[in-house]
Design a protein around this ligand. Structure first.
Ligand SMILES: C[S@@+](CC[C@H](N)C(=O)[O-])C[C@H]1O[C@@H](n2cnc3c(N)ncnc32)[C@H](O)[C@@H]1O
Length: 187
């Protein structure tokens, strides 16, 4: 009887451990060299929203939409734009779809797609909160596909090869830190 309980407990512990690993991989992406699911800070999103003025029907893509936090706040202020987020990790994607059910008035879409594989030739704005190597890898896509005048906004991680048209820091942030800083570029 005791042995059966020990086996049962070990099985439960093993299952919990597996679930923990699954959670880490789905949401934090710790086993790859990819970017984990971390949401943009509300203050940084506010800075972005104060510094763009998209017209009705213009298109904004969120590269790596996470749970849709950025798109939610964006479409609250600009309900008449076409806002689409691309997310390739199942955990954040499913969570974003779930949250969207509770935001029926927000007009944004989240697609389960790799942003490297989408056409961005008609896009007016791209928003990124990724990692430095992503910003470097995306340059050739931006330069070959984005139309002239399109805006690229990067949270925290600058595109080192491009000169920003604007750089805005969060109030009271350390001057030496890029965390939450917004870099705006124009093609
Ligand atoms: C730091 S989170 C940002 C989430 C959201 N944009 C925000 O600002 O709150 C970056 C997201 O990009 C996703 N991601 C990374 N590479 C991707 C790719 N190639 N295609 C689509 N999504 C990707 C990750 O899964 C992660 O959820």
């Amino acid at each position: 009887m005791i042995l059966a309980w020990i086996i049962y407990l070990c099985f439960l512990l093993f299952l919990t451990f597996l679930m923990f690993l699954l959670f880490l991989e789905l949401f934090l992406d710790v086993f790859g060299k990819k970017v984990p699911y971390v949401r943009s800070e509300t203050k940084s999103i506010q800075i972005v929203l104060e510094n763009i003025n998209p017209e009705q029907g213009q298109i904004l893509y969120d590269f790596g939409a996470g749970d849709g936090k950025f798109l939610n706040q964006l479409t609250k202020k600009f309900p008449n734009i076409k806002a689409v987020g691309f997310e390739k990790s199942p955990g954040p994607y499913l969570y974003a779809k779930l949250l969207k059910l509770f935001r029926p008035n927000r007009k944004y879409k989240i697609l389960f797609k790799n942003f490297y594989k989408i056409d961005i030739s008609k896009v007016d704005y791209v928003y990124c909160f990724l990692y430095p190597h992503y910003m470097k890898n995306l340059i050739s896509k931006f330069e070959s596909e984005l139309k002239p005048g399109a805006i690229v906004i990067s949270n925290t991680f600058p595109i080192k090869q491009w000169a920003p048209i604007k750089t805005i820091s969060i109030k009271n942030s350390k001057p030496t830190s890029n965390w939450g800083k917004i870099f705006i570029y124009q093609r």
